[in-house]
Design a protein around this ligand. Sequence first.
Ligand code: ATP
Ligand code: MG
Ligand code: MG
Ligand code: MG
Length: 478
Amino acid sequence: MRTAEIRRRFLDYFSARGHQVVPSAPLLYNDPTLLFVNAGMVPFKPYFTGAETPPWDRATSVQKCVRTLDIEEVGKTTRHGTFFQMQGNFSFGDYFKAEAIRLAWELVTGSQDDGFLGFDPNRVWVTVLHSDDEAAALWASIAGLPEERIQRRGLLDNYWNMGVPGPGGPCSEIYYDRGAAYGQEGGPVVDEDRYLEIWNLVFMQEELSVVRAKDDFDVLADLPRKNIDTGMGLERVATLLQGVDNLYEIDEVVGVLRRAEALSGRTYGAEGGHEDDVRMRVVADHVRSGLMLMADGVTPGNEARGYVLRRLLRRVVRSMRLLGVTDPVLPELLPVSRDAMKASYPEVERDWDRIAAIAYGEEEAFRRTLVAGTQIFETAARDTRSGGGTTLSGDRAFQLHDTYGFPIDLTLEMASEQGLTVDADGFRALMAEQKARAKADSKSKKAGAQATEVYRELRAGGVTPFTGYSELASETSV
Ligand code: ATP
Ligand code: MG
Ligand code: MG
Ligand code: MG
């Protein structure tokens, strides 16, 4: 089933059941706590907090999302995109737990011939909050799930709040068993690769007075009007319904992967080619994320949002170089993604000239950086060898990273091609020093700028990330 068809079925299903269809908000949304919209509920936040009165009791949407927090997972897990689409149904003080579970179960397991998604009910598992006996009983009675397929989890996994006082509540997640080829049996508590999380149902039922952490808060009272907020990953459903291995191989993404494969002359899925496969998946993911961000008005830069876009585009170029392609790649790859996305998001075509100019300009600039950095690298490598050493110093690696924007993994890769290693500990120590300086500075800076620093550090690896970043990115995870 094509991704566009799944999206249509989702919206039709909820529209036919009294939900207002609300178009996706742009990725750049007026919410100072977020870099980008990262969940379907973000545009509805004022309705959930009570700041505004919703014009409808029920709504449904397919929301564009970007989660920078997931960047390190891309290409390595089967299920994380930096850009993805979250389908959702929302109840503002209307139906609650029983109806939310009933609706989800019917859509997931109803027959495809009747317009539903047609998943095998015997392979569905769910999780509930350890104390949520009500949800567990509903899954047993509505879906007929046996007890072992209703797993209980703690607050960290199965409680939702916004990180600030306001609404909160337990959640219940729906998983689909992909079979023995994907990992160990025993349900999502044992193995989240085999059991693919497709849908998260949040039962907003109480008012929190204090929130110290995701799993540490005080409940003030039950909400007078309880809400439902759900998020179903469109790409994850597509992965399963298209019978492909991972979300980089679905119809909306795979074209870029194939183009990267053709340009590199290497074979995706080749024996022993795991590293190359990951690179092709990173390329496929990041090209699409970059396209969607640019279509929503983000331009590459050194601050917060622009920096995320810059890193995504640079990672595409760098990954392609590691695949052996040194010619400009975005003019080859970006149009493929545009053509895959334009039916659902006409803005990518409407705004194409602007997007292409930005992207191709950014690639050119990065290519110049690479040329400059490569010279510095070659000098450093020569100096290392002529001094009788085989280890490039942490200083040099840091200089390349900091002054020339040269990613550390590129330095590592190029060093290893020359039979050299890199003093990664020395490099990390310098990164940590820089981080400490940035932290001392950052008190006077905006959160966005801090996020940029952390992003750099995450890319460099090994340095404990500043937690403000994950809090920013996760605070409204459905
Ligand atoms: P996971 O545990 O797999 O990282 P999550 O629990 O962080 O997912 P939620 O915050 O519950 O995800 O988001 C709701 C739904 O959105 C998920 O059930 C999943 O289907 C989808 N989703 C979340 N993150 C991603 C992602 N990075 N790429 C694609 N789909 C995602
Ligand atoms: Mg996650
Ligand atoms: Mg999860
Ligand atoms: Mg979840």
